[in-house]
Design a protein around this ligand. Structure first.
Ligand code: HEC
Length: 124
């Protein structure tokens, strides 16, 4: 009897480990899975959340001439300015289409820079 209990306990621990790793893998997959062409293993980009909340509405479809995420041609001349210049224009906005801070008044400069980086990575 004693040895059976021991075996069962060992089995439960193993099962718990398997379930945990499945749950963890499942979470990662659903978070990045709705993005375009990302694999489940890729860790989420720090700028992805900001982009999805504030920048997506214009930059996913290219509203009002916004450089469209996923379209290297519309991003190439922007990328050429360098990340510092892009951060400056994002903070100030570009009249009339691009609002100051991309409408995220609560975003820090770092968060904006991460969102820009995320957009660029998706558009090369
Ligand atoms: C209301 C629509 C709108 C939203 C929201 C928006 N953008 Fe834009 N964005 C534009 C438009 C339009 C342009 C093109 C402006 C132009 O060049 O005339 C643009 C241009 C840019 C550029 C290129 C700047 C340059 O110097 O060429 C960057 C970078 C950018 N947006 C980042 C962001 C980020 C980051 C966010 C979210 C935090 C965001 N945008 C949210 C409309 C938007």
């Amino acid at each position: 009897m004693n040895s059976m209990r021991k075996r069962r306990d060992g089995g439960t621990g193993l099962l718990l480990g398997v379930v945990l790793s499945l749950v963890l893998a499942g979470c990662g997959g659903s978070e990045s899975g709705d993005g375009a062409g990302q694999t489940a293993e890729a860790p989420p980009h720090p700028g992805e959340q900001t982009y999805n909340r504030y920048c997506f509405s214009c930059h996913a479809a290219g509203v009002a001439g916004a450089p469209k995420v996923g379209d290297p041609e519309s991003w190439a001349p922007r990328i050429a300015k360098g990340p510092a210049a892009l951060l400056q224009t994002t903070i100030a906005g570009i009249a009339p289409g691009m609002p100051a801070r991309g409408l995220c008044s609560s975003c820090s400069d770092d968060q904006l820079a991460e969102a820009i980086d995320f957009m660029i990575l998706r558009s090369q």
